[in-house]
Design a protein around this ligand. Structure first.
Ligand code: ASP
Length: 444
């Protein structure tokens, strides 16, 4: 069994729905197709929930009707036969009605989850009707029948495996379609795996069925060695290890949801990143047999804030760091990078919602300094095994760039450092030249 997940852009228009169907048809063997909502739809649904929460039901209604019209237009163009279009109208009416009832009721967080689930429910329905229209057999499965999370929001992998296994055994088909992102929570209410969660769904489904491979189809050809938005000559990396992919996904490589790697990695299922708009390009294979490479790729993460706590009470004292960490724990703010000296500790956060209370609570520990507008540059590769010369190779080219923090040795696959965001583009370009000699050779 293969799992093929298509993101929002891949199902963002009639033309793209057709491309996805073509890819699904051309992929041999049994497969489960996991779809996101059409691009932009989840954002619109979030807007709708915001408006409903603020009691602005008139404005919410306008967005709901706009969305319904967009779906009807897509369905009319996508589906040739009147029969398929009629079925689509019935489905769309049901979803429209679900949203409309929200405008006249007291709005709460349970309803918010129901609203957010509509995007994936509609895209999968439309896709299934399209396959039916082009006479391709398929079965639409509701993720709400098997995708389940516990009271901490963690997936119940055993339950997912059992339920999905049972459901699949009821059908004879080589194409199953289901929704990414949505699930049921411990109270059996509709819930979700958080924004961007469809990759996670695909990985959980892959793990549940013991898939041969999980394919994540997006709009770029795999993970690049550097950020193509800021660096001209990047290339798609043909393979990488799970550990490298996890570092890159967390530190800014937008192509993959960081959490999504875990179920695939734990079950040793290769993940192939592919481009819906260039289906023939090789993409990036993430697996545990990736060849060892000193420097695999670079990614950058913006909107980083550094907090320095300077205190002579830290000198030779134990328990100091514990107390500092407790402040972050109390305010549910995760720390990305950390460096220490005998008299100071610097750490970074990307969620500044609680920054004021955090700094206030930290005052008792010493002098606090806060720096904003910083970026973490993450270099992933098999860095530990090749320690000799690695750091000088990285920093040699950055002589003129002020570096605020360096984190090295935390994992074998990552070296990260912190720079001002205004230096980020220059740093990414300098590293591209110094760390990827194959690029220089290709340009010679
Ligand atoms: N539709 C959801 C979102 O936009 C989930 C996903 O596409 O991964 O966050």
């Amino acid at each position: 069994m293969l799992v093929l997940k298509f993101g929002g852009t891949s199902v963002g228009s009639v033309e793209n729905f057709r491309k996805v169907a073509e890819i699904v048809r051309n992929t041999r063997g049994d497969k489960i197709v996991v779809l996101s909502a059409m691009s932009g739809v989840t954002n619109t649904l979030v807007q709708i929930t915001d408006l409903l929460e603020q009691g602005q039901s008139e404005n919410a209604l306008e967005l709901i009707n706009g969305l319904n019209q967009k779906y009807l237009d897509v369905a009319r163009e996508l589906l040739d036969s009147d029969e398929a279009y009629y079925k689509a109208q019935v489905v769309l009416k049901k979803h429209h009605q679900t949203l409309l009832t929200m405008t006249s009721e007291e709005f709460n967080s349970d309803q918010e989850k129901i609203v957010l689930a509509q995007g994936e429910l509609v895209s999968t329905n439309l896709f299934q009707l399209y396959l039916e229209d082009i006479e391709e057999d398929s079965v639409l499965l509701s993720a709400l029948d098997f995708m389940s999370i516990d009271k901490h929001g963690e997936p119940k992998t055993q339950v997912i495996r059992e339920r999905l296994g049972k459901i699949l055994s009821n059908y004879q088909s080589s194409i199953f379609i289901t929704q990414g992102f949505i699930c049921r929570n411990a109270n059996l209410q509709i819930d979700n795996l958080k924004r961007g969660g469809s990759d996670y769904s695909a990985s959980l489904i892959g793990a549940a069925v013991g898939a041969e491979q999980i394919q994540i189809w997006t709009d770029i050809d795999g993970m690049h060695n550097n950020d193509p938005r800021y660096v001209d000559s990047t290339f798609s990396v043909s393979e990488m290890s799970f550990a490298e992919a996890a570092e890159l996904a967390y530190f800014g490589a937008k192509i993959l949801h960081p959490q999504s790697i875990i179920p695939a990695q734990e079950n040793n299922i290769p993940v192939l990143l592919l481009n819906t708009f260039k289906p023939d390009s090789k993409g990036t294979l993430i697996h545990n047999k990736a060849s060892v490479r000193k420097i695999r790729a670079i990614a950058a993460k913006d909107n980083i804030t550094a907090i320095k706590i300077k205190s002579y009470r830290m000198l030779m004292a134990y328990g100091f760091l514990k107390k500092v960490f407790e402040v972050f724990e109390a305010h549910k703010t995760s720390i990305d990078m950390i460096t220490t000296s005998e008299v100071a500790v610097s750490l970074t956060i990307d969620n500044t919602e609680k920054l004021d209370v955090i700094t206030n609570d930290l005052q008792g520990f010493g002098n606090i300094e806060v720096d904003t507008d910083l970026s973490i540059i993450c270099i992933a590769g098999d860095i530990a095994q090749n320690k000799k010369g690695i750091t000088s190779a990285i920093f040699e080219g950055l002589k003129d760039v002020p570096i605020r923090m360096i984190s090295y040795g935390g994992s074998n696959y990552n070296l990260s450092f912190l720079v001002k965001t205004s230096d980020k583009i220059a740093v990414l370009n300098l590293l591209n030249e110094s760390l990827f000699p194959e690029l220089a050779a290709a340009h010679a």
